[in-house]
Structures are given as structure tokens and as C-alpha cells.
Design a protein around this ligand. Sequence first.
Ligand code: NAP
Length: 427
Amino acid sequence: MSVPLKIAIAGLGTVGGGVIKALSSRKKALEAQAGRGLEVVAVSARDPRKKRDFEVQGLLTDPLALAKSDADVVVELIGGEEGVARQLVEASLENGKHVVTANKALLAKHGKRLAELAEKNNLQLKFEAAVAGGIPIVTTLREALIAHGVDAVKGILNGTCNYILTEMEVTGRGFAEVLKDAQRLGYAEADPALDIGGGDTAHKLALLSALAFGTAPDLANMKVEGIEHITADDIGFASEFGFRIKLLGVARQTAQGIDQRVHPAMVRARTPLANVDGAANGVMVDAGEAGSFFFSGRGAGEAPTASAVVADIVEIARGSFGPVFGRPAASLRPLVPADSGASQSAYYMRFEVLDVPGVLAEIAGHLSKANVSIESMIQRGRAPGEPVAIVMITHESPQHAVENALKAIAASDKVRARPCMIPMEAA
Ligand SMILES: NC(=O)c1ccc[n+]([C@@H]2O[C@H](COP(=O)([O-])OP(=O)(O)OC[C@H]3O[C@@H](n4cnc5c(N)ncnc54)[C@H](OP(=O)(O)O)[C@@H]3O)[C@@H](O)[C@H]2O)c1
């Protein structure tokens, strides 16, 4: 065997611990696949006294020391779009070390610049674990589905949101109650904002979009909406109409530009994405003449994420080199955004209204004025004096027309809460 690959690992939490365990428990098999030895020569974490369920020797508390070590590859598993993670990745690339990272926040914000730095120094910057955990979607978009181009990529990219929505559907409980349970069970962070607000999905979508369309990762041109406002009623109504509600990240090439958005969507019940349940992830790629491809599996957690990190390390050990985003970083174009307001979709709308004569006519009037026509409707009575739920599904309409109608409806004194509007995702 040739010279071993020397590996330094920064961060020994969920993912870092999983990487250490996999590299040690499957050492022989992985070395056989890499064609050379794989040696962990340095590790770092913040707290040297923390109890860990794996053996650690010579733990450093300054991750930046790894960039100056004799490692060939630095594995950044600390996290965060700035701070020490960014400093470490930059310093490692400047010091001639390949980098493997699972850090979607860092790459969504600084991906193009870091890719340029890596390529200038003839180094690898690999990030399979940054999107959808164990699902090899980064490699698939970068290396496999390239012959016919990609028209669209969409997916369930955040296990926390999918767990919450699935639990709400199965138990009929409300968002806040299920979120609390998810935190207790370790499916949601103590501060869940980045997950439930759609930010984490946005980071991942920015990377998928860059790989699919050859653009620089772009968070600025992305509409992002989370799941906080979804009610158990919405999920119940969705089911009556034959749909399930999922938080989707969608990136689509249109004639006008790229449409990137993160939002809850109504997904038809018997389609593959609708059946991604619990904390799992799922990604659908529409690869032109090659057809549609669907991937699903565990999108987070120790073993699935470590699986992706270790695969990147082995690729580097083999010496297989390619540009970070599948084409030279300098050629990544700025993203030209599509006008999302003009995009056409059918919509689910829910209104909480006073049960008084004329309310339905008023809603219908605003919709008709905006040229939005209704395909079906459900009206549910409640106890006397309580607001009534009116739910409508529209025919395909431009987003801005539906938004205008909803704005006018929300201003009515007969409407009790902000109307809810969820796009119906085709297939
Ligand atoms: N967890 C997942 O399922 C998952 C999935 C995909 C991607 N990722 C990404 O993988 C990365 C790591 O996530 P994780 O879940 O493994 O995080 P984690 O469990 O919180 O571990 C973070 C590690 O970084 C160390 N660390 C934190 N701040 C530090 C600092 N200022 N200086 C030095 N070390 C520091 C911590 O040290 P101590 O151990 O001493 O506290 C810990 O070992 C993140 O970018 C995350 O987005 C995670």
C-alpha cells in the first residue's frame, strides 16, 4: 500500500464521533477500498473533560492547530457559517490541506469563494454530508446526473420538520406540543429556529441548486417560509383532499431564471415525496431526458452523516479530483432569479371567519376580482360564536394573484386570523 492519508478531525460531537468510530471499526475494509492507510493524526474539540463513547488521544482544544498539523486532510465538523469553522477551512486550504466538511451553513454563504480557494491550491473541498445526511445526492448531482442536465431538484431536506409534520398527522396534535416532544426526544434542537423556520433547508437547497444549475450558491434569491403556522386542521384538511403537507426545498430552471424556494407544500398522497415519513429525507431530481430520480433515507444522525463524511475521505485518499461544485468555481454564474410571483400553482387556502351572512360571498368576490377560480371547498361549523373554517383549493393561478386576493380578504372584519395559503406541488 502507498503512503497513508493523514486525517485531522475538528469537532467530536454527533458527526465527528461517528466518523472516528467508523474509521476505527471498519479500518481494514476502508483502507482496502481507499488503496492506502487512513490514519487519524490529530483531533480537536472544545471541552477536553467531556466524556465521549470512543477513545480519544491527544485531544487539542484549538481547532486552528489542525490547519498547521502534518495532516493531508482536515475534516471540519464544528458547524456555523462564520467563526472558527470558517477560519479553519480557510487556513487548511491556504496551508495545502484538503478539506471535508458537513457544514451547509458555511458553504451556502461562502461556497464559491472557498471552492475558488481550494481549486487555486489544487485541493479538494468535499461536502457530501452537508445535504441530506447519508443520501449521496451531492455526488449524484456533481458526477452522475450530468448528461442531460437537471430541470428541477426538490426535496424534504430537514428531518426535524418532517418528524414534526408526520407526528402532527399521526396524532392530530398541534405544532407547539409536537415540537416540545421532538425536543425531548432529541429530534429538535433546544433552539429550533433554523430548522422550523426553513433556514436549514435553505442552506441545503442553495447547495443542490449550485450543483444542479452551475450557479454560485445563493441564499439571497430564495423565498423561505417555515412550518410554524401549520395547524393540525391544515393537515386534516390536506388528508381529506388526498394530500400531505411537507416542508419542501424546490429549485427549478425556468425560461426566466431559477426559481428557488422553501415552503410547506401540499404533496399528493401517493407520490414518493409524500411517503417520506418521520425524520427521513427525500430528494427528487428531474434530469431531463434521463427522467426523474428519487432518493430517500436518513438525512441526519451519527451513522448516516458519518457515512457521507467517510466516503469523502476515501475519495480523497484515492486521489480522485474534480471541481468542488462539478465545474470550475470561477465559472459558477451568479444566479438569475425567476419572478416567483409569476409562478403558477394550485393553492390550498384556509380562512377563519365569523359565521355571518355574506362572508362566503365576500371571499369569493375578492378571489374573482384577482382572477383566481376555485376548484373545491369545505366549510366546517364550530361551536356557536366560534370562528368557522373555510377551506378552498384553487385552480392553477399566478402566485401574486392569490397573494393579492388573500391580502384583501385578510383586511375584512369578518376574517379572524391571517389566512393560510399553501401551494399544491405537482407530482
Ligand atoms: N448532527 C447531524 O445529524 C448533522 C447532519 C448533517 C450535517 N451536520 C453538520 O455537521 C457539523 C457538526 O454537527 P454535530 O451535530 O456533530 O455538532 P455537535 O454535536 O454540536 O459537535 C460539534 C463539535 O464541535 C466542537 N466545537 C464547537 N464549538 C467549538 C469551538 N468554538 N472550538 C472548538 N471546537 C468546537 C464541539 O466540542 P465539544 O464536544 O467539546 O463540545 C463538538 O465536538 C455541523 O456543521 C452540522 O450542521 C450535522
